[in-house]
Ligand binder design. Structure first.
Ligand SMILES: Cc1cc2nc3c(=O)[nH]c(=O)nc-3n(C[C@H](O)[C@H](O)[C@H](O)COP(=O)(O)OP(=O)(O)OC[C@H]3O[C@@H](n4cnc5c(N)ncnc54)[C@H](O)[C@@H]3O)c2cc1C
Length: 109
């Protein structure tokens, strides 16, 4: 197969496809290579950090995703054997690079 494109992108995951879409909006053609022959649908939710949401917003995709999102305050992990809490992480804490936020879009709403 012959194809002409300004940019070659390896991998049709969310990063590759978002990059291709962003380039397309700027009038730059790209060609996306994907080694897998089928879609993978593992995972239970769509969780991104604040910078990824900024990128999705710039692509005009964030609003539709926000309609189904819940903001996560943090993550608590417990042992199923003892019932004791083993780990806790707040997503509201101010990180090294400033405030961050995690949002989770439930699938199958
Ligand atoms: C087990 C597991 C569960 C997860 N669950 C969740 C979840 O519930 N919610 C969530 O938000 N995130 C989840 N994640 C994280 C999520 O998968 C990643 O954040 C996201 O997929 C990263 O996107 P990406 O485009 O950077 O990479 P990927 O999604 O990994 O995409 C890279 C693509 O490049 C292709 N590729 C690789 N090498 C080549 C090559 N040489 N030539 C051509 N194609 C190539 C791969 O086949 C793949 O399709 C999970 C990850 C794992 C491993």
């Amino acid at each position: 197969m012959e194809a002409e494109a300004d940019v070659m992108i390896v991998g049709a995951g969310i990063s590759g496809l978002a990059t291709s879409l962003g380039l397309h909006r700027l009038g730059i053609g790209s060609f996306v290579l994907e080694s897998s022959d089928s879609l993978r649908t593992t995972g239970f939710a769509f969780t991104r950090w604040i910078n990824a949401w900024k990128a999705l917003n710039a692509l005009g995709l964030a609003d539709s995703l926000h309609q189904h999102h819940v903001t996560l305050d943090g993550n608590v992990t417990s042992s199923r054997i003892t019932g004791l809490q083993t780990f806790e992480m707040s997503f509201k804490a101010e990180g090294k690079h400033g405030d961050h936020e995690v949002r989770c879009v439930k699938r199958n709403l």
